[in-house]
Ligand binder design. Structure first.
Ligand code: NAD
Length: 497
């Protein structure tokens, strides 16, 4: 059994308490990946102190040089892609094809932000006064606390850490305790790439203890969090009181609309991938299917036929299409929602944990579909985060759009239609941060902004350039080379003007 460590100030160290927790394979709970440090506030103090000490040197390292180190990280990730994907499937459960995609997203993110080191643009503008110049530049904020979930155990830490580092911040990463190994591997990659000691730090442990200490530490000036809306609201309150920069990427209750003129084959492939890919454990997963009443019966018939045939099993076996849920607590939570659903709507397939044969050793759940779901039903409104799809029926596009928008969340949406007017109208009216036309609700690319509206976040975006609004401050510089005092708004106006 391997015992893993935290990474603090360039050294691998155990938790100060010496305590550990096990990391289990959700496809087979008898398989333990390793023991990880059950850290506490003292370990967070040490990591933040190391990051603070490293900040000045890193801040003064030219941004193109910082970017080059991230490009080197991308090269190492490329070399280790298969090994990390296999480790991810063992630790998190997603099928190998998807785990490779998760690592690839990290690689793509390295190419994007590594090259951003040579841009990181500010802007200049003419001054209103003669012989005076003005321009802006982005400057780093300081120590960034990064708190990540388990569902994209490599990609999400890279979405946060690469732009944070290219911008000149130092980081302390707190990954989900269900997926510590993937973050351990990312730290190994940072170490091999040659990031200076203290620039990247990793502290394992529970959310309340380690995450809470990071959020409340006076020296973490940025908190970037991805996880549930309930935890995100608490972090917003705590870090907000300390006037920290806070980026929150939270839950979703995403829907796919299928209009009566849609390509039904395409829409069917889309919903199967969106609802049951990653076992429904994506923040962008398709949790609601909104069907035009004219195609309802035919579409449902085809959907159920295919959903029943999906092959469940350990993701390391490439024949399997749907892996396990992340842990037994999630099986219980999904099953609670399914019990509620059985009272609210009509169960068409699935509806129970999958326990045949070797599946009993893991956390498998049958792909589940409910029909006749009312917009007011809890299974239509609350995030389930599992392989459960709620089907609602509508009479026209306006009702479909109203139904899709009738949720507290606003991350991703999709519409399948061949009518160009309906498609454009939907992109205008759907209240989500991401809208897909003739594609499922999942499938974001790292060079576009990622995030949502309403209870999905606090307005920040990851990906692309907007992420630098999270990790930088603007500095505005004025240089007056007139040799005299020039008062803006005053000296360039005549009396009465
Ligand atoms: P979670 O909120 O339980 O945990 C997320 C992270 O926060 C973990 O590292 C956890 O240890 C930590 N944490 C827990 N309590 C904390 C506290 N009190 N203070 C500080 N940190 C704490 O979420 P999860 O179960 O890991 O992930 C699933 C959720 O994440 C879903 O709601 C999903 O929609 C959301 N998610 C959102 C996005 C997005 O970009 N919008 C992406 C992926 C997942």
């Amino acid at each position: 059994m391997t015992t893993f460590k935290n990474f603090i100030g360039g050294k691998w160290v155990p938790a100060k308490s010496g305590k550990t927790f096990p990391d289990l394979n959700p496809a087979n709970l008898e398989d333990t990946v390793g023991e990880f440090p059950a850290s506490d506030a003292k370990d967070v103090d040490a990591a933040v102190a190391a990051a603070k000490k490293a900040f000045n040197g890193w801040r003064l390292t030219p941004a193109p040089k910082r970017g080059e180190l991230i490009l080197r990280v991308g090269e190492i990730l490329t070399r280790r892609k298969e090994e990390i994907a296999q480790a991810m499937t063992r630790e998190m459960g997603k099928v190998l094809k998807e785990a490779r995609g998760d690592v690839q997203e990290g690689i793509d993110t390295a190419w994007l932000h590594g090259s951003e080191g040579r841009r990181l643009h500010g802007f200049s503008a003419p001054s209103e006064l003669p012989n005076k110049a003005g321009w802006t530049m982005r400057v780093p904020i300081g120590v960034a606390g990064l708190i990540t979930p388990w569902n994209f155990p490599l990609a999400i830490p890279t979405w946060k850490s690469f732009p944070a580092l290219v911008a000149g911040n130092t980081i302390v990463l707190k990954p989900a305790s269900d997926t510590p190994h993937c973050s351990h591997l990312l730290m190994e990659v940072f170490e091999e790439a040659g990031l200076p000691a203290g620039v990247v730090n990793l502290v394992h442990g529970s959310g309340g203890v380690v995450g809470g200490a990071l959020v409340n530490h006076p020296d973490t000036r940025v908190i970037s969090f991805t996880g549930s809306t309930a935890v995100g609201k608490g972090i917003h309150a705590d870090a907000g009181r300390m006037l920290k920069r806070i980026s929150l990427e939270l839950g979703g209750k995403n829907a796919q609309i299928v209009m009566d003129d849609a390509d039904l084959d395409l829409a069917l492939e889309g919903v199967l991938w969106g609802a049951f890919g990653t076992t429904g454990q994506r923040c962008t997963a398709t949790s609601r299917l909104i069907l035009h009443k004219k195609i309802h019966d035919e579409f449902i018939h085809r959907l159920i036929e295919r959903a029943k045939k999906l092959k469940l099993g350990p993701g390391l076996d490439e024949k399997n299409e749907v892996g396990p849920l992340i842990n037994r607590d999630r099986v219980k939570a999904v099953d609670e929602y399914v019990k509620i659903g059985k009272k609210e709507a009509k169960l068409l397939c699935g509806g129970a944990p999958a326990t045949e044969g070797a599946l009993a050793k893991g956390c498998f759940y049958q792909p589940t579909v409910f029909d006749g779901v009312k917009p007011s039903a809890r299974i239509a409104r609350e995030e389930i985060f599992g392989p459960v799809l709620s089907v609602l029926t509508v009479k026209d596009l306006d009702e479909a759009v109203g139904c899709l928008n009738d949720t507290a969340y606003g991350l991703s949406s999709s519409i399948y239609t061949k009518d160009i007017n309906n498609a454009f109208y939907a992109t205008q009216e759907l209240e989500t941060g991401i809208v897909y036309v003739n594609a499922p609700t999942i499938g974001a690319e790292c060079h576009f902004p990622f995030g949502g509206v309403k209870d999905t976040g606090n307005g920040h975006r990851e990906g692309a350039h907007p992420v630098y609004e999270v990790f930088t401050e603007w500095k505005t510089i004025y240089v007056d080379y007139s040799g005299s005092l020039q008062r803006a708004q005053i000296d360039n106006r005549k009396k009465g003007e």
